[in-house]
Design a protein around this ligand. Structure first.
Ligand code: PEP
Ligand code: MN
Length: 325
């Protein structure tokens, strides 16, 4: 049971004898309670709302909020009528290259600049990202172009450093169940893009989001980025039905990352169209001015021209499902 009160209640806490969790939500306090509250206490309390959910993830559930939560990164609002497009290189590689990319994507309608400075790579021999130097480039380009910056954080001890430079933090697929990282990011006071682990069920993904919410961070955007199956022809498999299903299970906005889902540039437009048609609230797309020399994920990065064309297609699909870009 979820009970929202205007302020904390000592008498409720006493009656529950420690068997509750509480979380601030704006000005209010949400109590998560196992079981029922004594009837006499119920009348005494100034209850804003009381909700039941049988879900394991409570705060993230649709039962907690029927309305989709709107999450902002800078001026971009996820969960509203607009499909928000986040784009940029897989990794921050250099100032000029990032500047050119940011200007180009913003010109054609992207609202968030992505770029990793700490890269979680499968091989320890692969490019690991520029670290703080990359974060500085991201910040300066973000300010010069006037577009908010989203970047990955891979360890709890990086959270304060990354938060100094980024408008929003990304938790990568490989870290979806890094619980200490989730808790630290939950306390960072920044919006979060939480990728789905490549072998995670939707319930596990929403329970990972619950860790963030339990720390009082309600600015959570879920990102479907493809799951692993027996198929090896694509890098992962975009769970299109999973996007639609997740939106029925949670009030949090859900976006899709067709770049990591397909791993192949030529499939990104089709996967993007499908995701938007299925109800995704945004897209996260890798774009690189010269994918052939990209230091990571070149084969799945769109050129600037290809990204422009994709934006046109996405606009058409958005219109068809009553939304805009
Ligand atoms: C990325 O966004 O570049 C990335 C590493 O994504 P994922 O965690 O989904 O693999
Ligand atoms: Mn990548």
């Amino acid at each position: 049971m979820l009970i929202t009160l205007k302020k904390e209640s000592r008498s409720l806490e006493k009656a529950l004898a420690g068997k509750f969790r509480k979380v601030p939500h704006g000005e209010k306090i949400v109590y998560i309670i196992d079981g029922k509250i004594p009837k006499d206490l119920l009348v005494e309390l100034d209850i804003e709302s009381s909700k039941e959910t049988s879900r394991s993830f409570k705060l993230a559930s649709r039962e907690y909020s029927e309305e989709t939560t709107r999450v902002r990164i800078g001026d971009a609002e996820f969960g509203g009528p607009k499909i928000v497009i986040c784009a940029g290189p897989c990794a921050v590689e250099g100032h000029q290259l990032l500047l050119d990319t940011a200007r180009a994507i913003k010109d054609v309608g992207a609202s968030v600049l992505r770029g990793g400075a700490f890269k979680p790579r499968t091989s320890p021999y692969s490019f690991q990202g520029l670290g703080e130097e990359g974060l500085k480039m991201l910040r300066s380009v973000s300010e010069e172009v006037g577009i908010p910056a989203l970047t990955e954080v891979t360890a709890p001890e990086q959270v304060s450093l990354v938060s100094r430079y980024a408008d929003a933090l990304q938790i990568g697929a490989r870290n979806m169940q890094n619980f200490e990282l989730l808790k630290a990011v939950g306390r960072a006071g920044r919006p979060v893009v939480l990728k789905r682990g490549s072998s995670a069920t939707i319930e596990e993904w929403l329970l990972a989001a619950e860790y963030l919410l339990l720390e009082g961070n309600w600015e959570v955007i879920l990102c479907e980025r493809g799951i692993r199956t027996f198929e090896t022809a694509t890098r992962n498999v975009l769970d299109v039905a999973g996007i639609a299903l997740t939106k029925t299970m949670t009030h949090l906005p859900v976006i899709a990352d067709p770049s990591h889902a397909t791993g192949r540039r030529e499939l990104i437009a089709a996967a993007s169209r499908a995701a938007v048609a299925a109800g995704a609230d945004g897209l996260l797309i890798e774009v690189h001015p010269k994918p052939e020399i990209a230091m990571s994920d070149g084969p799945q990065s769109l050129t600037i021209r290809e990204f422009e064309l994709l934006m046109k297609e996405v606009k058409e699909i958005a219109k068809a499902v009553g939304r805009c870009v």
